[in-house]
Design a protein around this ligand. Structure first.
Ligand SMILES: [Zn+2]
Ligand SMILES: [Zn+2]
Length: 328
């Protein structure tokens, strides 16, 4: 954990928030990794890790999936910082940031892992999420993955990240308010309704199994954006059972392999939107996984309007991904 925590800065005049973490600038980049620096996530380099939080038993070398503290955490577990007044507000970014090392092998990406291993990975996601969400004072936990240097992955070794936060970010709070308003108005969960409607229409469905449906959303913000929607209504990703873990692993693998085949291994980010704690019982919240390939760079129009410009049709993208052969 860095000695100096990040700051959540809020400009009340413009309504903008940002997390300012200067220490992140020092994290290892692709250039250094390519220059032969030892990978801290590879077996045998444990002395480069700040510790090991959890690991699944078995596997070659004694583990299959391993969870470690993030050396370049964007949040700190404790911090004292004087809050600034006036239009410029500032507070310490409190939370916990961990890395889920998805395989002992440095060069095996998630999409290339055997189905059985991916089930272990998703089970580790769930275990990590549950543990972080249960930490005292945490109000939101995010599980996410960056793939490819262009999507912000600073380590090539396959890994995901989990961050527990003591505050709910404004964009998350705003989405939750919208879902609550929809539920009050219609008596229905907006995500359940979306999954049903998209499944019936079929034109934006990528693939599906018993537990999940993968769709390109109606208002996709980027080409081949894909959402994995659980068929079972639940707010809390941490509450999914073993069958749902297996179904999620299978469909995620299918989607990643389609993306790789259709777009030649694009960079991407995915994040799991989920509510834990008191919010886990809210009838209007429903967890889902959102994946956005990083094939376009935001331009001045996006900067000035906040609108994403998607140069591709969601219906055509879904057809492209349906037709892509994911391989065995
Ligand atoms: Zn490695
Ligand atoms: Zn629902």
């Amino acid at each position: 954990m860095p000695a100096t925590p990040g700051e959540i800065r809020h400009d009340r005049r413009t309504g903008r928030h940002s997390l300012v973490v200067p220490a992140r600038a020092r994290r290892p980049g692709q250039a250094r990794a390519a220059a032969g620096a030892a990978c801290p996530f590879c077996p045998g380099n444990e002395d480069l890790l700040p510790g090991i939080v959890w690991q699944s038993p078995d596997g070659d070398g004694g583990w299959r999936v391993r969870v470690v503290p993030n050396r370049f955490a964007i949040v700190a577990e404790t911090a004292a910082m004087a809050a600034a007044g006036g239009p410029l507000a500032r507070r310490a970014a409190i939370g916990r940031h961990e890395v889920i090392i998805e395989h002992p092998r440095h060069d095996l990406d998630l999409a290339a892992m055997p189905p059985d291993h991916l089930r272990h990975v998703v089970t580790a996601y769930r275990a990590t999420y549950r543990r972080l969400a249960a930490l005292p004072g945490m109000r939101m936990t995010l599980l996410f993955r960056n793939h490819g240097a262009a999507a912000g992955a600073s380590q090539r070794h396959p890994h995901a990240q989990a961050v527990a936060l003591a505050a709910v970010p404004p964009a998350v709070a705003a989405e939750r308010r919208r879902l609550r308003a929809y539920h009050r108005r219609t008596g229905d969960c907006a995500i359940c309704e979306m999954a049903r409607r998209d499944a019936d229409a079929g034109d934006r469905v990528v693939c599906r199994n018993d537990g999940f449906i993968a769709v390109v959303p109606f208002a996709a913000t980027a080409p081949c954006e894909v959402w994995l929607l659980p068929r079972r209504h639940r707010a809390d990703f941490g509450a999914i059972d073993d069958d749902e873990c297996a179904a999620l692993a299978a469909l995620l693998r299918d989607v990643l392999r389609r993306l790789r085949a259709a777009l030649d291994d694009p960079p991407y980010n995915f994040a799991i939107s989920s509510a834990a704690g008191d919010a886990a019982s809210a009838p209007h919240l429903h967890w889902y996984l959102r994946l956005v390939p990083g094939t376009t760079t935001p331009g001045g129009f996006e900067l000035g309007t906040g609108w994403s410009v998607n140069p591709s049709s969601p219906e055509a993208d879904a057809a492209l991904l349906r037709a892509a052969a994911p391989g065995a």
